[in-house]
Design a protein around this ligand. Structure first.
Ligand SMILES: [Zn+2]
Ligand SMILES: [Zn+2]
Ligand SMILES: [Zn+2]
Length: 764
């Protein structure tokens, strides 16, 4: 039967590509289509979102305009292709059609979204029924990933299941024209979650607005409060109060690692940091990451917030509770993950009471459970560019496109430190939130939960599990015990692949992977690697000269060990012994160890930075991984590039293998330090010298192997002074350079690279 439509009726098919799944796109289309009295449908499929809309031509055109010009806050529309199709009369209104996945991993829930302007206006409006309500949200904002327990994503499947909506909330929820239509966490002061303040012993001392007031009093008088947020608990303190910050640092057991600050608004943020356009955009985006940016001289912040660092990590409030707290306190608040040292962030109330209660003067909590813990994401703003350091709340579980579709569903379990996992199916992969350092039992438990939850959420039953080569990583052990097909991906290949994947590339490239270390195919610890790589495989074509890693993990905590080891390699035993006398009384034992043939060797670039930092006198031991290197970079950044004199390294080619030997640089560094050259000049000379050597090695290798593209990955490339100098030199040599933007260059990106490699392998 051929159906005919009313005259003047048009039907258009819109094929929308970009970041359009898991960002509330379908409800957005639905709401506007219904408001415009259109019929048709919207669905997710393997290519993005597909819409068919039918009605009077102006109304259809208006829907097209909205899709293009004002999509939901987290969507990024790359392309809309519109075709006119024959109208029909078969539609019964406008519908959200179940995903036609075509075998792609689809995420039925969006990332957590910061409070929108409309909700904030209500919270601030004394006449609104949500005035001062810390849990206001709507279809455009609010918690999502952190509250979803099961799919499909509807209220009974979330931690809001226990809250029955009152009449007015239900009416909003049911009205297609309302901003809260099908907003699963919809709530108000009558029917929704409530705030309470508990004392250190767990007794509730205030509720509702009184709880908020008491918490503010505690904070402004120098106390510490545990605050239950969106993805977990923060520990909060007055960021301008040196005593409060020092107290928090002492109680948390965190020596020097910088604390993030929450500021009430952009004006306050600008008083603390230099923020360029990109930094401001990230800071105010609905994803609300922590943005690390250069601090202003004299910024009114206690020294203990970020000891010895020229940058501060800032974020804006992302829930109404944060908004109320930051506004009423009227000063920057330290908001650091609620945990002890490197444990995962506390997200369950009982756990928070037990672990955090003894550390604080009050616990500000509420009765909306957090199902999945999710730390704040961290971006670094430097040199006009943003770099992802930790991709978590506000970004996970947003799917990414695989350069090569996976033939079989897979789970990639990442590395050991900064662990994430990634699931993939068809053309799509979904990286998890930041899980943490698996060496901690609590983090490992969290890893197990996250992997299972992400698979369930995305409808992926993995047939292949992808893991690191390192046999001692808990993620590797987990993978091998899973009883399904396994694939091992070398650590640095995964780094390079993660960079390829975020650019939608397959290679071949010359990959430069510089990091702390990862297991090499020869059983030594690699960490300064030049790999000729594509997604399917790699060939190691160059590396830093290997040196002993005396003491293994101790060498990571105590950079002076690498300093004497490198001094010995560069200038001989006497120079090393002399340096050792200056740095640590245990140096003779370490040097004896370094001479043995059975000691583990490494090509680690991260440990090279540690060594130089210790020689320059920055520090002989660190309280967090990479601290010495971060401080060395900060020192180097104080010297204008034109003023630095680069040290020279050796680059040798033997049997087709390039070896970049920094020994001559170390020798020069030792001489200059002995001569009393300023540490900043030495730090800058080291950065520029290494960058020049790396770029010349890469140019040579790219030419030899006929590739025109270089990919930079690994945690060492978080170093902007190094990265910039390498990029400029490579571009000057006519090479294309790929750097990370959306995936962390550090081990947080390993699972993404593993997934991309495994997907490509499945196509063999
Ligand atoms: Zn809202
Ligand atoms: Zn209500
Ligand atoms: Zn790594």
């Amino acid at each position: 039967m051929v159906e005919t439509a009313a005259p003047g009726t048009e039907r258009r098919r819109l094929r929308v590509r970009g970041t359009v799944q898991g960002v509330g796109f379908r409800p957005f289309v639905y709401r506007h289509a219904v408001a415009l009295s259109l019929t048709g449908f919207v669905c997710n499929d393997a290519e993005g979102v597909l819409i068919e809309a039918q009605g009077p031509e102006p109304a259809v055109a208006e829907l097209c305009r909205m899709v293009l010009e004002c999509p939901p806050p987290l969507a990024r529309v790359d392309e809309v292709r519109t075709t006119t199709v024959a109208p029909g009369r078969g539609d019964d209104g406008f519908r959200i059609v179940e995903s036609t996945g075509h075998g792609a991993a689809s995420v039925p829930v969006s990332v957590d979204v910061a409070t929108c302007a409309a909700c904030l206006a209500e919270v601030d409006d004394p006449t609104d029924r949500r005035h001062g309500y810390p849990f206001a949200n709507c279809t455009d904002c609010g918690p999502r990933y952190t509250i979803v327990r099961s799919v499909p994503y509807d209220r009974p499947g979330t931690t809001m299941a226990g809250f029955a909506m009152c009449g007015p909330c239900r009416a909003e929820y049911d009205d297609p024209a309302d901003r809260r239509f099908h907003a699963q966490p919809n709530a108000c002061p009558v029917c929704g979650p409530r705030l309470r303040l508990a004392d250190a012993a767990g007794a509730v001392v205030a509720e509702g607005d009184a709880a908020l007031d008491r918490a503010v009093q505690v904070l402004v008088s120098g106390g510490t409060v545990a605050v239950k947020g969106v993805g977990g608990y923060h520990l909060a303190a007055d960021g301008t109060d040196a005593g409060a910050v020092a107290g928090l640092r002492r109680r948390k057991g965190r020596d020097d690692k910088p604390f993030a600050l929450m500021v009430a608004d952009v004006a306050q943020a600008r008083r603390l940091c230099h923020l360029d356009a990109a930094a401001l955009e990230a800071l105010t985006s609905p994803r609300r990451p922590v943005v690390v940016a250069p601090r202003r001289p004299g910024a009114p912040v206690a020294d203990g917030v970020a000891p010895g660092l020229p940058e501060l990590g800032l974020m804006l409030p992302y829930s109404p509770l944060h908004h109320l707290l930051a506004t009423r306190c009227g000063r920057p608040l330290v908001m650091t993950s609620g945990n002890l040292t490197d444990d995962p962030i506390a997200h369950l109330d009982e756990d928070a009471a037990a672990r955090l209660g003894p550390l604080v003067d009050g616990v500000l909590q509420h009765d909306r459970p957090i199902h999945i813990r999710c730390d704040d994401s961290v971006l670094r703003s430097a040199g006009g560019r943003l770099q992802m350091l930790r991709r978590s709340r506000g970004y996970a579980p947003e799917p990414m496109r695989l350069p090569v579709a996976a033939r079989r569903p897979l789970l990639a379990v990442g590395a050991e430190l900064k662990n994430t996992v990634t699931v993939a199916k068809g053309p799509t992969m979904v990286p998890s939130h930041h899980i943490g350092d698996l060496g901690h039992l609590a983090a490992y438990t969290s890893f197990l939960q996250a992997a299972a939850h992400l698979c369930r959420l995305c409808g992926v039953e993995p047939e292949v599990v992808v893991h690191d080569l390192h046999p001692e990583y808990l993620s590797t052990k987990f993978a091998l015990d899973l009883g399904i097909e396994t694939l091992a991906v070398q650590h640095h290949h995964a780094h390079v692949a993660s960079c390829l994947a975020e650019h939608g590339r397959t290679g071949p490239v010359l990959g430069i992977a510089f990091d702390g270390h990862g297991m090499g195919t020869d059983g030594t610890l690699w960490g300064g690697e030049f790999l000729l790589a594509d997604l399917r495989g790699f060939e190691r074509v160059g590396h830093l000269a290997p040196v002993a890693l005396p003491g293994g993990a101790a060498a990571v905590r105590e950079p002076w060990r690498m300093a004497v080891t490198w001094a010995r390699a560069a200038a001989g035993p006497d120079a090393a012994a002399a340096l050792g006398r200056r740095l640590d009384p245990r140096a003779p034992q370490v040097l004896a160890l370094a001479e043995r043939h059975d000691v583990l060797r490494t090509t680690s670039a991260g440990r090279l930075f540690d060594a130089v930092a210790a020689i320059v006198g920055i520090r002989g031991r660190v309280s967090y991984e990479g601290q010495a290197a971060v401080e060395l970079e900060a020192l180097a950044a104080t010297v204008p590039p034109g003023d630095a004199v680069p040290y020279r390294a050796d680059v040798d080619m033997t049997d087709g293998m390039l070896v970049l030997d920094p020994a001559p640089m170390i020798g020069a560094v030792l001489d200059d330090v002995a001569r009393g050259r300023p540490p900043a000049a030495v730090a800058a000379g080291f950065h520029l010298g290494l960058a020049a050597a790396v770029a010349s090695a890469a140019t040579d290798l790219a030419g030899r192997h006929g590739v025109g593209t270089v990919a930079l990955s690994g945690g060492v490339f978080q170093n902007v002074v190094l990265s910039r100098a390498v990029e400029v030199a490579l571009a000057g040599a006519g090479l294309e350079v790929l750097v990370h933007r959306h995936v962390p260059p550090n081990d947080g990106g390993i699972s993404v690279g593993q997934a991309a490699v495994a997907a490509a392998a499945s196509r063999r």
